[in-house]
Design a protein around this ligand. Sequence first.
Ligand SMILES: [Zn+2]
Ligand SMILES: [Zn+2]
Length: 66
Amino acid sequence: MKCAVCGGQATKELENGTTLCSRCNPKDVKMQNCPVCGKSMSIRKGKFGSFWGCIMYPNCMGTRKI
Ligand SMILES: [Zn+2]
Ligand SMILES: [Zn+2]
């Protein structure tokens, strides 16, 4: 698990799937915009770990690495 803010070792996971280390706060998580459609993104879980996925999924397949 990677911290969504600093990329360090995450120690906790929030209800929305955001993972954080002990030093970072949920309010520090930068909201991402979809590289495809420009809408907001939310953290999703996949086979290979967490990633940012477009809120318009499955209509939009835009993703970003955390
Ligand atoms: Zn962190
Ligand atoms: Zn999108």
